[in-house]
Design a protein around this ligand. Sequence first.
Ligand SMILES: CC/C=C\C/C=C\C/C=C\C/C=C\C/C=C\C/C=C\CCC(=O)SCCNC(=O)CCNC(=O)[C@H](O)C(C)(C)COP(=O)(O)OP(=O)(O)OC[C@H]1O[C@@H](n2cnc3c(N)ncnc32)[C@H](O)[C@@H]1OP(=O)(O)O
Ligand SMILES: Cc1cc2nc3c(=O)[nH]c(=O)nc-3n(C[C@H](O)[C@H](O)[C@H](O)COP(=O)(O)OP(=O)(O)OC[C@H]3O[C@@H](n4cnc5c(N)ncnc54)[C@H](O)[C@@H]3O)c2cc1C
Length: 664
Amino acid sequence: MAGFDDLASERSKAQFDVEEMKVIWAGSRHTLEVSDRISRLVANDPVFRKDTRTMLSRKDLFKNTLRKAAHAWKRIIELRLSEEEAAELRFYVDEPAFMDLHWGMFIPTIKGQGTEEQQQKWLPLAYKMKIIGCYAQTELGHGSNVQGLETTATFDPQTDEFIIHSPTLTSSKWWPGGLGKVSTHAVVYGRLIIDSKDYGVNGFIVQLRSLDDHLPLPGITIGDIGMKFGSGAYNTMDNGVLRFDHVRIPRDQMLMRVSQVTREGKLVQSNVPWQLVYGTMVYVRQKIVSDASCALSRAVCIATRYSAVRRQFGLQSNGIETQVIDYKTQQSRLFPLLASAYAFRFVGEWLKWLYMDVNQRLQASDFSTLPEAHACTAGLKSLTTSATADGIEECRKLCGGHGYLCSSGLPELFAVYIPACTYEGDNIVLLLQVARFLIKTVSQLGSGKEPVGTTVYMGRVEQLMQCHCAVQKAEDWLKPSVILEAFEARSMRMSVASAQNLAKFDNQEEGFLELSADLVQAAVAHCQLIVVSKFIEKLQQDIPGKGVKGQLEALCNIYALFILHKHLGDFLSTGCITPKQASLANAQLRSLYSQVRPNAIALVDAFNYTDHYLSSVLGRYDGNVYPKLYEEAWKDPLNDSVVPDGYQEYIQPILKQQLRNARL
Ligand SMILES: CC/C=C\C/C=C\C/C=C\C/C=C\C/C=C\C/C=C\CCC(=O)SCCNC(=O)CCNC(=O)[C@H](O)C(C)(C)COP(=O)(O)OP(=O)(O)OC[C@H]1O[C@@H](n2cnc3c(N)ncnc32)[C@H](O)[C@@H]1OP(=O)(O)O
Ligand SMILES: Cc1cc2nc3c(=O)[nH]c(=O)nc-3n(C[C@H](O)[C@H](O)[C@H](O)COP(=O)(O)OP(=O)(O)OC[C@H]3O[C@@H](n4cnc5c(N)ncnc54)[C@H](O)[C@@H]3O)c2cc1C
């Protein structure tokens, strides 16, 4: 039967060891074992079924999510899961919920911004889920501009308390996940006011709801902000609105690692940089990069398997039509996304390391790598989420009409994913942060301050401003040194050009605003260089398994040459490559697609996703697409009755009217 045979035959063509590739994708044999075991545990538990999600009303959907979250917590306790296993379980349950913010932001904020005593007091409660927390930063009037927040936290020396207040409508907290209906506590960001003086934004732990009956505490108005994009999708999350009317909290509930307020109302700064108040955002942005590779690989897995099952046109000698994956246009749209999924995986792995490294340094009072960590997390969050959101939509189109059905899994994946381009920092706002960092780095060249980390290449400014690409034949584009130099030169030249244009302005801030569109492009070029260079570095590691390294090399080259092709204007206008070299890159790309083609199914199998996690009829492991699509259609509530509700009220009268008109 079509599908079964197609995917089995595809798997038999693989030229590499899929089991070893699974280890590479997972990061280690241990991680693969944990994720494999936990994903199957979730898939086999009937409470975690997701097939009716898109058909439920908001209330039922939300209650269903609460039921799953409670069950997940029960299983975590019963099975005594480790922190790592519990995180995997929540991941595979695959339903945005208050738990994400509790574990993903509330707890990390207390860890990162609380003192030892504060951690000792709050973390055990949070770990045991005796309290449930969220991250309440964004307001109705201010999201990107954190320094513009209006909520106030005024110190009252009489009572040794802070008074948390929402002075205007626009100061209402707006968006925090988990806030609307569930959280009992929040880390609230507001302006610290002492003796009428404004000391800027700080975090405060505030109890919102009673631990007895879940009612809002006095002075607190709280609710959900309403339906969001898509059916099902992110509507499982209670993004909330919150207003304070002079709510009092004890002084020791201000998070005091960065600065402390004494009993006398004095502000004491510790030795850590004030930017640590933004620390949770750095942590979450780093997680979001790894998450991008999961979301993109999931869409790519669905589109790749379906492209091998789907046949259109071109009858072959055996009378069957051509698999759509064999069309070069399909390959040129699909394989760069497959390569991007792997590229984001490896850059995510590296970013995790970078974050751990910066954290260790912070503990030892070494703050030197914080600006680099901020620029990398901000830039890569922006680059990978934008590419993933676009990539999921491309995968939907790659699946033709059936991709538009909810049963393909792609509409919901898209709807859940796209806010990642906005939350945790709007992607353009974040790229502007990277641009500031690059301009600063360029302006310091020659000052004796050597560029470090991902900007080390800028230390070779003279060489990169003048170098000529050495490519003479298509295969030359396979050399990592050639690719790296082209990407470094492009990024260097774009940053230098931006800095030179900026220097023409008397007022740098005005110049920055005027040139911001170009600055964003320079930031993108730098971030793409990071992704390419981290993929190349990955390939320099010991990679066991027959044929695995060869496949990864092909994917790395596809990613780099696809980006080169997409941003050809940059490479040509900065003189990094010639039109002839661009056309050789394109020829090489086509040849790489042919190399990947027989391995495509095995490359997506290496993600090791269960059918439960994929939740897609088109992406089924067995390829049994058509019978299952047919079966799914009959499950729609519209098909519960043969004649629809409303026939007598609305259809029959029209038909009768037409009948009368016809007789006239
Ligand atoms: C299942 C759910 C489905 C999908 C989930 C997907 C992934 C989840 C995976 C794991 C995550 C786990 C849980 C989370 C789950 C889901 C996520 C859901 C919701 C997200 C929650 C939020 O959105 S929280 C709100 C986030 N808000 C923002 O990001 C605001 C963005 N704005 C800012 O960050 C700042 O305002 C600014 C940086 C844009 C500007 O700052 P400022 O006004 O201070 O001005 P400057 O530009 O001048 O900066 C001053 C100096 O400070 C440096 N800086 C800035 N930021 C930082 C930083 N973060 N760290 C270090 N340094 C920083 C800046 O460089 C300047 O330095 P100078 O040396 O130049 O002075
Ligand atoms: C699903 C979801 C979940 C969220 N969860 C949370 C949460 O748990 N906790 C929380 O505190 N917040 C949360 N947020 C809020 C989120 O962090 C903000 O929406 C985000 O930071 C963007 O800010 P904004 O909405 O103010 O966008 P705006 O800044 O108003 O952006 C609007 C437009 O203006 C542009 N723009 C803004 N500033 C500039 C500039 N300086 N230069 C050029 N262009 C600019 C942007 O690019 C964008 O195109 C969530 C948001 C969503 C969508």
